[in-house]
Design a protein around this ligand. Structure first.
Ligand SMILES: Cc1cc2nc3c(=O)[nH]c(=O)nc-3n(C[C@H](O)[C@H](O)[C@H](O)COP(=O)(O)O)c2cc1C
Ligand SMILES: [Fe+2]
Ligand SMILES: [Fe+2]
Length: 405
């Protein structure tokens, strides 16, 4: 019944859209939903590449059966074991008991660990080729993009690369699947948000994977989330290259927490200083209002970060502290930093912000401002100067040695 979209000769899209889940990994808002992509290759042997979240198991089986028309499923190739992709593994095994599960050693140990499956499995090694008939599938191990078992599968004849989560993005597929058949503008920010929140810590592993892909002549990228990329391959690969080098564009994100507006006014003043010094992309985020996944998205996008916080029970404002932890966890590199704070009787915010900049090893503006009670003229001037100093640092070119994650 289902008419699955054809991606290349004999390769069909059998993924699903999730417009129900509110938060990915129970944390990241799915404002535009998400797709779980899976692909079916119909050759002398049939092969499914990845599965979908188990909430969509029934629909998934229907889509597969529509394509198979009574044929059996010979192989399940697993590029990534995270449950948004491996979740339907057991139901696939129930429908197709003879199916051979194909994965690397780490994958197969997770197949056993998560699902207790040990029979009818086939371990493949880096560079190994599996023939389905006319389709030859070559496997590339790309560990830690963003789990230890992550790998990619390359259809040599069709020049299609199945990449797992790499090059994936949030956002459902509303009708079309191939980038050539849609306006892709709405996916770029969602790709950065996906990267910043899910892959962000693993820049070095992504760089390694990109180097491994250099000699491969792929013309189509089939990721597990978002559009299938063909027309925009160079943009997608470039974006991943920039993000994994932690290379930000000329722009500054100001993040602040504020209970009564004092720190907020400081943020506005710093922004004015940045604008005076010629920075055109300035984004101010109120940490209590904007979800941190969007703040992280912008932090990955731009080179400058300025953080402001009131002192709160001798500590940072907790929402600011929480964001700083998320940045630390990701080991974001190559940012330039500035900070400011406010207090009423004994300031502690600026000391913590200073330590944060040192921990991150980021070049930091010499000037910082910690305001007691209301805004005074000298602090107003100093906040403008903070904006000027960060602007100068942002405009300095990246050194080659800074580039690599
Ligand atoms: C719950 C709470 C805890 C605070 N703890 C401290 C503190 O430990 N030391 C201090 O100097 N001021 C403290 N303050 C005062 C604020 O840091 C100060 O008024 C600040 O300028 C408020 O900035 P805002 O208007 O941006 O929220 C506290 C205020 C609140 C509401
Ligand atoms: Fe994943
Ligand atoms: Fe995923």
């Amino acid at each position: 019944m289902f008419k699955n979209q054809l991606i290349a000769n004999d390769i069909f899209y059998v993924g699903v859209n999730d417009r129900q889940k509110h938060k990915f990994e129970n944390m990241i808002p799915l404002t535009n939903g998400v797709s779980y992509n899976a692909y079916l290759i119909m050759d002398q042997k049939t092969a499914l590449v990845d599965t979908v979240d188990i909430s969509f198991g029934d629909l998934f089986i229907d889509k597969i059966q529509s394509q198979l028309q009574g044929r059996t499923l010979d192989y399940l190739i697993i590029n990534h074991m995270e449950p948004d992709h491996s979740g339907s593994l057991r139901i696939i095994r129930q429908y197709y008991p003879e199916i051979i599960i194909v994965g690397n050693a780490k994958t197969l140990s997770m197949v056993e660990g998560f699902y207790g499956l040990v029979e009818n499995v086939k371990e493949i090694k880096d560079g190994e080729i599996l023939s389905l008939g006319s389709h030859k599938l070559e496997f590339f191990l790309t560990p830690m993009v963003h789990w230890p078992e992550t790998m990619m599968t390359y259809d040599q004849g069709e020049k299609v690369l199945f990449t797992g989560d790499a090059f994936g993005c949030f956002g459902t597929l509303d009708g079309a699947v191939l980038d050539t058949d849609m306006n892709v503008n709405r996916y770029w920010d969602e790709m950065v948000r996906y990267y910043a929140n899910i892959v962000g810590k693993y820049g070095a592993a992504v760089q390694k994977a990109l180097k491994k892909l250099t000699p491969i002549d792929f013309e189509t990228i089939c990721s597990t989330h978002g559009p299938v990329w063909r027309e925009n391959i160079s943009e997608v690969v470039d974006l991943y290259d920039q993000l994994s080098r932690y290379k930000g564009a000329e722009g500054v994100v100001i993040v602040y927490g504020s209970m009564y507006g004092y720190t907020e006014l400081m943020a506005e003043t710093v922004a004015q200083g940045l604008a005076e010094a010629g920075i055109k992309d300035i984004i101010i985020h109120n940490v209590s209002k904007t979800d941190s996944s969007y703040i992280l998205q912008d932090i990955f996008k731009y080179k400058g970060l300025i953080v402001g916080s009131p002192t709160y029970s001798n500590e940072l404002y907790p929402e600011v502290e929480s964001l700083l932890r998320k940045i630390e966890i990701r080991g974001v590199k190559n940012r330039v930093f500035g900070y400011f704070g406010s207090f009423t009787w004994a300031g502690a915010a600026n000391q913590r912000l200073k330590t944060f900049g040192e921990t991150m090893k980021w070049p930091t503006a010499e000037i910082s401002v910690e305001e007691k009670q209301g805004l005074k003229t000298e602090n107003y001037q100093a906040l403008l100067e903070l904006g000027h100093q960060v602007a100068e640092l942002v405009k300095l070119p990246y050194l080659e040695s800074q580039h690599c994650g």
